[in-house]
Design a protein around this ligand. Structure first.
Ligand code: HEC
Length: 104
C-alpha cells in the first residue's frame, strides 16, 4: 500500500451502522446547534465533542466513558441544560454509539 493510500485509509469513514446513524441524527437535532453552531453564542463556546468517545478524556479531563458522557447529558453541566427524560434508552445508546465514531 502506498503512503498516501495508508493515510487515506486512516481518514476514510466506514459507513455507520443503523444505530450509529440514528445517534448521528439525534446529535444533529439536539446537540449540534450548541456543539458546533453555538447558536446561543455561549462564552466560552461549547467544546467540539464529535467522536468524544474515541478520545481518552472529555474536555474537562474526566475519562471519556459512556457513563460520564451519559451523566453530562442527563444532568447537564454549567450552561449545558439537563436532558433528563428527553431520550429513551435506545436513543441514548444510539447517541453514545455515534460518539464512538469519527463521523461528523
Ligand atoms: C444549550 C447548549 C448545549 C446543548 C443543547 C448541548 N450542550 Fe453539551 N455542553 C454545553 C456546554 C456549554 C458545555 C461545557 C460545560 C462546561 O464544562 O462548563 C457542554 C459540554 C458537553 C460535554 C463535555 C462535558 C465534560 O465533562 O467535559 C459533553 C460530552 C456534552 N456537552 C454532550 C452533549 C450532548 C451529547 C448533547 C446533545 C444531547 C449536548 N451536549 C447538548 C452546551 C450544550
Amino acid at each position: 500500500m502506498s503512503v498516501a493510500g495508508a493515510l487515506a485509509g486512516c481518514r476514510s469513514q466506514s459507513p455507520l451502522t443503523a444505530q450509529q446513524a440514528e445517534g448521528q441524527m439525534l446529535f444533529h437535532q439536539r446537540c449540534e446547534h450548541c456543539h458546533g453552531e453555538n447558536d446561543l453564542n455561549l462564552k466560552p463556546p461549547p467544546p467540539d465533542i464529535r467522536g468524544v468517545l474515541t478520545r481518552a478524556k472529555l474536555p474537562d479531563g474526566e475519562p471519556a466513558t459512556d457513563l460520564n458522557v451519559m451523566r453530562v447529558v442527563v444532568n447537564g453541566k454549567n450552561k449545558m441544560p439537563p436532558f433528563m427524560g428527553r431520550f429513551t434508552e435506545p436513543q441514548m445508546e444510539a447517541l453514545l454509539a455515534y460518539l464512538h465514531t469519527h463521523a461528523d
